[in-house]
Design a protein around this ligand. Structure first.
Ligand code: IMP
Ligand code: MG
Length: 172
């Protein structure tokens, strides 16, 4: 059973807040947005439309092994970036920070490629589930434990098309 956690209006407000923080921080500098597939594609598309800076986008896909609902931090890159990030202002766009393991690995990997700056923008943060130290630089909404879907985020590849963000609740 799905229960709405954030409406499209609440998501839009969070995205606009994030966009204006990013705009303020980067002045008139160019930004390369790195979208982590697949869960962040909808977030990226809304976010970049609210940001006036000159920008480019690139996509990366990683898989982290574990069960469908929990990652184990063994992260492999299944689709790498096409652009060099050297000397660029990079903003990683992620749907959810959960244990923090995925972003920790990606951050370390991308830092080795010598960007000018590297920031993390996450729509959702499950702070209580953190297993490693990992702070998003721009965080939209903090949520409790619980599995969410919608607005690009999936459960077994489904529900990405929902316009709102819902919690999956076990049927009783
Ligand atoms: P982490 O490595 O544990 O931080 O995992 C982060 C990734 O796990 C996110 O980018 C999501 O792809 C996935 N994930 C974590 N929580 C959820 C959820 O509630 N619904 C769907 N995917 C999730
Ligand atoms: Mg993800």
């Amino acid at each position: 059973m799905l229960k709405t956690l954030f409406t499209k209006g609440e998501i839009d407000d969070a995205v606009k807040r994030l966009a204006s923080c990013i705009e303020n921080d980067f002045d008139d500098e160019e930004i390369l947005f790195v979208c982590l597939l697949k869960g962040s594609f909808m977030f990226l598309s809304d976010l970049i439309r609210c940001i006036k800076n000159t920008s480019t986008v690139d996509f990366m896909r990683v898989s982290s092994y574990g069960t469908a609902m929990k990652s184990k931090g063994e992260v492999t890159v299944t689709k790498d970036l096409e652009e060099s990030i050297e000397g660029k202002n990079v903003v990683i766009v992620e749907d959810i920070i959960d244990s923090g393991l995925t972003l920790k690995v990606i951050k370390e990997l991308l830092l080795k490629r010598n960007p000018k700056s590297l920031k993390i923008c996450a729509l959702l943060d499950k702070r209580a589930r953190r297993e490693v130290e990992m702070e998003g630089d721009y965080v939209g909404l903090t949520i409790d434990d619980g599995f969410v879907v919608g607005y690009g985020i999936d459960y077994a590849e489904h529900y990405r098309n929902l316009p709102e963000i819902c919690v999956v609740e076990k049927d009783t």
